[in-house]
Design a protein around this ligand. Structure first.
Ligand SMILES: [Zn+2]
Length: 562
C-alpha cells in the first residue's frame, strides 16, 4: 500500500458563478490556489499534487500560474469534470486519486491524511469525509476530501451517464448503495455547521481575516483554526445564510451565460417565546450572536424585564447537549482540565466559608446538582461529615466523580424517581442559568428534595458584570430577577452575596444566594418587574470595561474561567 501513487488532483477554474477569478485572488500575500497547493502538499499520505483545469482560454491564467510555480497542471474538459479527473489521473499514473477543490484554502492536511488512511486501511473503493446534501455533513465546509482507487474512477468514467455524475466526478461511486465499497469518515462531535471555504466575496473577506490571525502563514491546523474560530464569532456570523450548492445542481454555463446570485432563503422569525420567569409572551429580541457556530438569540421580557434564550430553539437545551458536547465545545475535551479543577477547588473553599459565615453549622445529607467531577461535593462531605449525592449529566465528569467513590446520578428526574431521603442542603453552582425552566426546578427542589428547614445554595453569573451571553446560558439573572425567581419558587432569601471570586477583585461577576423554603409559599406569585434592564446592562458593562483598562491587575485575576 505504501508504494501506491496517491495523487491529489485539485480542480480549478477561473469561472465561478458567485466569485469569478476567486482561485487567483490574493489571500494574505499568495493566491487562494497557492494556499490550497501548499496545504495539500503537507498531507503525508499524498505522493503528488496536480492541478486540473480546462482547455478554455479563460483558464490560461491558472495554467500560467502553475507553470510559473512548477506545479504539474493538466488541462481537460470544461464540463465533463469526471473525464478531466480520469485523464489527469491516467497521465500521472495514479493508483489512488484524492479529489480536492481549489476553493478550500483552509483545508487541513491531517484531515486529508485521515480520509486517505481510512481508505487504505479498509480497502475501500471510495472514501470521503462528507457526501453532498441531502446527506448530513459532520466535517466543516472547506475540508472536503474524496478518495477513490484509479480502477473505481475508471469504472465511473466508463459508465456514468447523468450530468451531475460527470460534473461532480465521484457520485457514481457512492450514489448507488452496494455498487462500491464506500467509507464515510465522520467528525465527532459534528462540525458540519462551520464554513471555511471560498464561494463568495464574504467568504474571501473572512478567509483573509483568518489568515491575518495566523500572520498569513498557511500551516495552521484545523484544531488551531477551531480555537481561533471560537475567539472570533463574527467569522461564522458573517457567513450565516450563505447557501451551498447541492449535489444535483449542475453547471449550466454551457447552455446559458447567466450569473447565479447567492439568494439566502429568508429565515422565518420564530414565534415569541414565553418568559420563563413571569410566563408572559411579550418579549423582544435583545441580542443576536453566534456561539461555537450556533445561532443564539436573547429575548427581553417586556413584562418583567427578564433576559433569556428561547429554550425550544436553543442547541444548549437539547437532551444530549450536556452528556457529551458541552465540555467538548467549551474546553475541547470531555474531561476536566487542570485549570478547571483548580478553579473548582477555589470555589469550593469559598462556598464553605460563605456557608459558615451565614451560620450553617451542621448538615447530614447534601445534594450537589451539576456536581461536575465532585470536588465541591467532597468538600461538603468532609467539612460537615455529611452524606452526599451528586447529579452530573456529563458522562466523563460523572465517571471521574464515581471513581472517587461519590454517589452520582446523571439527571434530576432519575434522582427524584429513586425517591431519596430529603436533603438539608441542595446546591446548584452555575447551574440555574443553564436550565430551560429555572423556576420549575427550584420549585421541584423545594417540594421534593429539601427538608423544611433545609438550605438552598446557588450561584449564577451576574448580568450586570459577567459577559453572560454564551450558547449554554439560557437565562441572564440580575439581582432582582434572581430574587423574583426564588420568591416565585417559594424560597426566602437568607443572603444574596455579589462577588468576583476567584476571577476578579473589582467586579461582582457572580450572584451567590443562600435561601430556605418559605414557611408560607405563595400559590400564585406575581413577579415584580425590573425596569431598564438593557440600559443598566450597557452601563454596567461599559463601566466594567473602563475600570478594567484603568486597573487591569485587580480586574481580572490570573485564574481563567472555563
Ligand atoms: Zn417576564
Amino acid at each position: 500500500m505504501s508504494q501506491d501513487n496517491i495523487i491529489a488532483i485539485i480542480q480549478a477554474r477561473m469561472g465561478s458563478s458567485r466569485l469569478p477569478g476567486k482561485v487567483l485572488r490574493d489571500l494574505g500575500g499568495q493566491s487562494v490556489l497557492a494556499r490550497v497547493i501548499n496545504r495539500v502538499r503537507r498531507a503525508q499520505t499524498v505522493t503528488g499534487v496536480v492541478v486540473a483545469t480546462t482547455t478554455d482560454p479563460a483558464d490560461d491564467p491558472i495554467a500560467a500560474f502553475c507553470q510559473q510555480q512548477a506545479v504539474p497542471v493538466f488541462r481537460g474538459s470544461q464540463f465533463d469534470v469526471l473525464d478531466r479527473y480520469y485523464q489527469a489521473a491516467r497521465e500521472h499514473k495514479a493508483d489512488v486519486v484524492v479529489r480536492i477543490t481549489a476553493d478550500c484554502p483552509m483545508i487541513d492536511p491531517q484531515e486529508i491524511d485521515r480520509v486517505v488512511t481510512a481508505f487504505l486501511e479498509g480497502e475501500y473503493d471510495f472514501a470521503a469525509n462528507r457526501l453532498p446534501p441531502p446527506a448530513q455533513r459532520t466535517s466543516p465546509i472547506g475540508m472536503d476530501t474524496e478518495v477513490c482507487s484509479f480502477a473505481a474512477l475508471a469504472q465511473a468514467w466508463q459508465n456514468a451517464t447523468q450530468p451531475y455524475e460527470r460534473e461532480h466526478v465521484m457520485p457514481y461511486l457512492y450514489d448507488t448503495p452496494g455498487r462500491f465499497r464506500v467509507k464515510i469518515v465522520e467528525t465527532e462531535p459534528s462540525l458540519g455547521h462551520l464554513r471555511f471555504t471560498i464561494d463568495t466575496e464574504e467568504d474571501l473577506q473572512v478567509a483573509r481575516a483568518i489568515y491575518a490571525v495566523f500572520d498569513n502563514r498557511d500551516d495552521f491546523s484545523l484544531a488551531e483554526l477551531l480555537e481561533q474560530n471560537m475567539r472570533h464569532p463574527q467569522w461564522q456570523l458573517s457567513l450565516a445564510g450563505v447557501r451551498h450548492k447541492s449535489l444535483t445542481e449542475v453547471d449550466t454555463r454551457a447552455k446559458e451565460d447567466k450569473t447565479e446570485k447567492a439568494t439566502p432563503a429568508p429565515q422565518p422569525e420564530p414565534a415569541v417565546p414565553s418568559c420563563p420567569l413571569c410566563g408572559q409572551q411579550n418579549a423582544r429580541v435583545l441580542h443576536r450572536m453566534q456561539s461555537f457556530g450556533f445561532p443564539v438569540v436573547y429575548y427581553h421580557c417586556q413584562a418583567c424585564g427578564f433576559v433569556f434564550q428561547d429554550a425550544a430553539a436553543s442547541r444548549a437545551a437539547q437532551p444530549d447537549f450536556y452528556a457529551e458536547n458541552y465540555r467538548k465545545l467549551y474546553q475541547k475535551s470531555a474531561a476536566p482540565t487542570p485549570k478547571d479543577l483548580h478553579q473548582q477547588l477555589l470555589r469550593a473553599a469559598d462556598q464553605i466559608r460563605f456557608l459558615r459565615a451565614q451560620g450553617v453549622q451542621s448538615l447530614s445529607r447534601v445534594l450537589d446538582i451539576g456536581a461536575s467531577s465532585g470536588l465541591f461535593l467532597q468538600a461538603l462531605q468532609k467539612e460537615f461529615r455529611a452524606e452526599g449525592v451528586g447529579v452530573e449529566p456529563g458522562n466523563a465528569y460523572r465517571a471521574l466523580a464515581e471513581a472517587q467513590g461519590l454517589h452520582m446520578l446523571p439527571s434530576l428526574p432519575e434522582l427524584i424517581a429513586s425517591r431519596p431521603e430529603r436533603f438539608d442542603l441542595v446546591s446548584l453552582m452555575h447551574v440555574l442559568e443553564h436550565l430551560p425552566d429555572p423556576v420549575g426546578v427550584l420549585h421541584q427542589i423545594r417540594t421534593e428534595l429539601l427538608t423544611p428547614q433545609g438550605w438552598l445554595l446557588l450561584e449564577v453569573p451576574n448580568f450586570y458584570a459577567h459577559n453572560s451571553y454564551e450558547l449554554a446560558h439560557l437565562s441572564c439573572f440580575t439581582p432582582h430577577t434572581l430574587q423574583e425567581a426564588l420568591s416565585k419558587a417559594g424560597y426566602e432569601i437568607i443572603s444574596l452575596r455579589q462577588h468576583g471570586y476567584p476571577r476578579s477583585e473589582l467586579f461582582k461577576l457572580y450572584l451567590n444566594v443562600l435561601a430556605q423554603p418559605s414557611a408560607n409559599p405563595p400559590a400564585d406569585y406575581q413577579v415584580k418587574p425590573e425596569h431598564a434592564v438593557p440600559l443598566k446592562r450597557s452601563l454596567a458593562i461599559a463601566w466594567r470595561d473602563l475600570r478594567a483598562r484603568l486597573d487591569s491587575k485587580r480586574s481580572w485575576l490570573p485564574v481563567e474561567e472555563k
